[in-house]
Design a protein. Sequence first.
Length: 359
Amino acid sequence: MPPVSPTPAFRNPGNPHRVAVLVRDGLLTMELGIVHRLFRQAASAGGEPLYEVLTCTPQPGDVRTDADVTLHVAHGTDILAEADTVIVPASDEDYTPRAEPHLPPALAKALGRIRPDARIASICTGSFVLAAAGLLDGKRATTHWRSAADLQRLHPAVRVDPDVLYTDEDGVLTAAGVASGIDLCLHMIRCDHGSRVANEVARGTVVPPHRDGGQAQYIPRPVTAPRQSSTEPARTWALEHLDRPISLRELAGRAAMSTRTFSRRFCEETGQTPVQWLTAQRVDRARQLLEETDLPVDRVAAAVGFGTAVSLRQHLHAALGVSPSAYRSTFRGTAARGGAGAAAGRHGDGCRRAPSGLA
């Protein structure tokens, strides 16, 4: 997948980035809570809030939720015209199969208020709203795996990927299921302000900064036999030894499995092959070192197991669409300014991963 356009970030440097959450009757309350909790935790090095989060609805007032509570929303959709990011959570009404793709007039009018340069995202089946508005045409998008076939049927112009946790293409983002909204919000924070801020938010929320794999690991499969072993010890060991070559045989040995069994179990547990996972971890570590240290690029490459600056440059460009020096210039500068800058390049699938060799 080619690199995509830069994050809109801040229209007025120094002012919080405005996130507007567009809710509807049948709102999944957890998804609204995710957005408020994560973005409102993000702060600059000086403690200033980096985001302002507001909730709106086409008809201000009480909004029915999927729980035994009613949410009172004071803001109408006029605030969408001033939003830097708009997020559409799911509604329990999205789960009702619809014969024809359409948007209610009030919702269509609301989406029409969004600025052309705003970032737009959905969580779970909120993707049906973006698709009905034509915002996903020709783009890769995802939704909950149970609804992926319906999304593709109703909107054939969308390239539905049911296996990933989230997607990001040209300023339009989609998250798979409810909890993957956490992954998506952390991704946006990371793209806006770098790993330091995103990791702090993840730590405060007690969630991993990045989850491995995709939805495939959550789709029910026939139960065969109880399993006493896991590939987790091998993954833990690999993370402690990223600076050295690591072979598939060595990883399998750490889990006391044959390479064939290990590869199969690894994919089942993470949703990725060992090659894809190890490359992603090395790219993540390289990003952290580029953001937080002044190590020369060749030393960063050696520290994460890519060996040479050329190899690091190739992997980082494949994953992010930028060179190590460009990435460092953006995020090292952002950290120095307290996080008030934009990412050098947004990407699909979590700062887009690219498979590579194990060593």
